[in-house]
Ligand binder design. Sequence first.
Ligand SMILES: [Zn+2]
Length: 120
Amino acid sequence: MPCPCGGRETYAFCCGRWHAGTPAPDAEALMRSRYTAYALALSDYLLATWHAITRPAAVRLDPDVKWLGLDVRRHVADGDRAVVEFVARSKQGGRAHRMHEISRFVRESDRWYYVDGEIR
Ligand SMILES: [Zn+2]
């Protein structure tokens, strides 16, 4: 199956690798894999890649939301910190949504974590 994140590889060779346990090599790969986790309803992966300081107790995934595509606009890494700007498109109840976010990530012990995001 093609990867929901829109990468050129199939799911198994794209986000599937990070979902299977290999650490995502950079913040953009982690961000893509988190988008794909939303699309595939992998809430455990979302929690596992959420930094402890901002991680919610649980992730509630709405089954009515269909994720339609991801457009990564920018990825800037500076050592163990990174910012990824993206637009994620979804549909819910026949209505299209467009989420434009600038997400912050940190790397700890060779793993990247999502910290928080600013909605544009
Ligand atoms: Zn992917």
